[in-house]
Design a protein. Structure first.
Length: 728
């Protein structure tokens, strides 16, 4: 639109008849309206391109001189139309549209002004081809940059989803393992050792633990507090008196907290109450909740034996309560004295200042998409800066003045110097980049004057003036700072106004051409700024959309992780423990029966091994849980010694898991099998199996997958030892 106003202003200066001026004004205004409709997606982009070509052709046709401001502006309208055709029209149609406009312009000039000669039509034809080729090449290069950046963002999104699954799987597995340890395993151990003689208490605990197993196997989310605040208090083994906030108020405050904080608080409270039940020597405890300066404070207290915190090593609470609460940003204060009970207060952060957990560690896809947008913006900036200099040099050396030395080459050299300075200091500090921006701004008026001198400040072949030579440098300055960019544009305009003021007395036409040249450069740069701003807004929208989609995908992956965690416990054979607990709860099994106690002991030993598996082994863990279950069913004495390191490739994990499964299934009942899985300092994983002689040797002969792994088999008189090394 601004270019159309400029051409109308030029027409008002040069056109002698009102009718002709009105015709030009109507054509320019119509083109501006069509351009606006195109921006609103109501017109195809080819229409404003053809409109700009039309205005340029009309302006050149009605102009009375090849050296006046109207012809000068018509030339630059042609450059603009060619750039628009290359940028807005797909594939080879851009060249077709360019050809239509260039031929139309050349014919109009040749027919209307045969005395002008062939230089302007020929120059426009060649210049148009160069502009279209340069823009199309830049778009292709920018497309490659965008594709690479998109691929990185997609990879980051995939990694984020995968890490979210791993994180949630580990969290759910660890959570359920702690619940299982604090309830079912302790109950089985108490019955196995005869420590629980009260039949009614045994029935109540077995009924509660039976529900716990059902929730572990079937619940869709975490177990503790799934239905109400601190909903697991009936499983702590002690009567709890609730005091302070009403349940509705407590629920409302907890609803403002992240899941990590609520989960950590409820687990910590649960474990403190269990500790009271085990060590305080009392049958009741108090759970008090209150708001302290807007912060939720939850206090667990008892009137039991108490202890001296300085004298007693309290590692259990230190690791399971204090550390976990601190990770969630919860402050813990423990107070106790021998004979005066114990009090543990949990103080949550103020609302809005919780430690927010992210779905994954490392850069998120939202960050990656922001990086993609920044890459596109920077790529476009550098391509424009370099492309303008290349096209300018090509037009000057191949079209307008081949074989001649021109001052424009010095201006191009200043542009190249500016681009190099900006490139070499792109990673420098802000202060250094500000200095470089100042240097680049200082180069703008020098280059402007050098280009102007080649046309005698618009008095000699002004159509050969390379107006856009330094626009690429201005674009670089704008990318560094919007304020600096505005200063650069102001310097462009001020330079033109200052030069034209000296020319006005001797040559008003030359003065107007100088002002038009300066305004043309400024308008191109302001148009670029609008393009970059539009790109930024679109990028922000895409970033927010991507974050929203990522949150949905991560939530879905977390649901899948919860399901995978449930499957892990189902594979572990918890149904046997549930059957024993059900029999004890219903009274069909007696806790004093020796066979029942032995079964409880065996199940307790099996489950204890199970919960000792690292929750970090989210891929290999299900295989190990299944191996424990198979060994339990077959009567194999399986002993697992594992760290928390596992291969990242699921295919490798499945090969190891299948090898372990085969070893367990082929070990005779009553025999022992030891499996050790540890990481090495070299970054590998060592899997060691020790079993009855001949067993592992047969497995090696049968298992073709082992041939691909580095392994060693050693046999003694009674045992086989198989060591396999797996890259992580």
């Amino acid at each position: 639109m601004a270019m159309q106003l400029l051409i109308i202003a030029a027409g008002a200066v040069d056109i002698k008849t009102t009718t002709t001026l009105i015709a030009l004004s109507v054509a320019a205004s119509a083109t501006g309206i069509v351009a606006g409709l195109t921006l609103m997606h109501r017109c195809p982009p080819v229409l404003p391109v053809l409109g700009v070509f039309t205005v340029a052709i009309v302006a050149a046709t009605i102009s009375d001189s090849s050296a006046n401001v109207l012809t000068f502006n018509s030339i630059w309208l042609m450059h603009l139309a060619n750039a628009m055709a290359a940028a807005l029209i797909r594939s080879w149609w851009a060249f077709v549209v360019h050809a239509v406009g260039a031929v139309g312009y050349s014919l109009a000039v040749a027919l209307a002004h045969p005395s002008w000669g062939p230089s302007i039509p020929q120059g426009q034809l060649v210049a148009g081809v160069m502009i279209v080729l340069a823009v199309r090449t830049s778009l292709a290069l920018l497309g490659e940059v965008t594709d690479r950046a998109d691929a990185q963002a997609d990879a980051a999104a995939e990694q984020a989803e995968h890490l979210a699954w791993i994180r949630e799987m580990g969290r759910e597995t660890a959570h359920r393992a702690r619940i299982l340890h604090d309830t079912v395993i302790n109950t089985l151990a108490a019955i196995a050792t005869g420590a629980s003689a009260d039949r009614q208490l045994v029935r109540e605990r077995c009924t509660s633990d039976q529900r716990t197993i059902d929730e572990i196997l079937h619940s869709q989310a975490g177990i503790v507090g799934a239905d109400r605040p601190f909903g697991s208090l009936d499983r702590t083994g002690i009567a709890v008196h609730l005091d302070g906030l009403a349940e509705a108020g407590l629920r409302a405050h907890l609803a403002q907290c992240p899941d990590l904080v609520v989960d950590s608080l409820e687990r910590a409270v649960f474990e403190v109450l269990q500790n009271v039940a085990k060590h305080a020597g009392v049958t009741t405890a108090t759970l008090h909740s209150a708001l302290v300066d807007g912060r939720l404070a939850v206090t667990v207290s008892d009137s039991g034996a108490g202890f001296d915190p300085a004298a007693v090593e309290f590692r259990g609470l230190a690791s399971s309560v204090f550390a976990r609460a601190a990770e969630a940003g919860i402050e813990v204060d423990l107070s106790s004295r021998p004979g005066h009970g114990t009090s543990v207060q949990f103080l949550l952060p103020p609302p809005g200042k919780f430690q927010q957990s992210t779905p994954v560690d490392g850069p998120t896809p939202g960050y990656q998409l922001e990086s993609v947008v920044a890459t596109i913006r920077h790529g476009a900036t550098w391509l424009w800066a370099i492309g303008v200099l290349v096209v300018t040099a090509g037009l000057e050396g191949l079209v307008d003045n081949p074989g001649e030395w021109r001052l424009t080459y010095l201006a191009i050299g200043l542009g190249v110097l500016g681009v190099l300075l900006a490139w070499l200091t792109r990673g420098a500090s802000t202060s250094v980049r500000r200095v470089i921006s100042g240097v680049l701004i200082a180069l703008i008026p020098i280059a402007f004057v050098l280009c102007a001198l080649d046309t005698d400040f618009g008095r000699d072949k002004p159509t050969e003036w390379k107006v856009l030579t330094m626009t690429g440098v201005v674009v670089i300055v704008w990318a560094t700072s919007r304020t600096a960019g505005l200063v650069a544009v102001a310097v462009q305009v001020a330079t033109g106004v200052a030069v034209s003021s000296f020319l006005w007395a001797s040559s008003p036409n030359a003065a107007l051409i100088v002002v038009s040249a300066a305004l043309m450069s400024a308008l191109f740069n302001l148009a670029w700024a609008q393009f970059e701003e539009a790109l930024r807004r679109i990028g922000q929208g895409l970033v927010e959309q991507e974050r929203h989609l990522l949150a949905i995908r991560v939530e879905q992956r977390q649901v899948e992780a919860t399901a995978a965690s449930r499957q892990r416990w189902q594979d572990a054979g918890l149904v046997r423990a549930r059957a024993i607990l059900q029999g004890l709860a219903e009274g069909s099994l007696e806790p004093s029966d020796a066979a029942v106690r032995r079964a409880c002991g065996e199940e307790e030993s099996h489950l204890r091994q199970l919960v000792q598996l690292s929750p970090e082994m989210v891929r290999l863990g299900p295989w190990l849980a299944r191996a424990l279950d198979v060994a339990r069913e077959r009567g194999v004495d399986l002993r697992l010694r594992c760290g928390d390191v596992e291969p990242s490739a699921q295919e490798v994990v499945d090969r190891i898991g299948q090898m372990l499964d085969d070893a367990v299934r082929t070990t005779p009942a009553g025999q022992g099998l030891t499996i050790t899985i540890i990481g090495t300092p070299e970054g590998d994983l060592t899997v060691t199996l020790v079993g009855p002689r001949g067993l592992l040797a047969d497995s090696v002969r049968r298992d073709a997958d082992l041939a691909d792994l580095e392994h060693r088999l050693t046999s003694t008189a009674s045992q086989d030892l198989l060591e396999a090394t797996v890259p992580l």
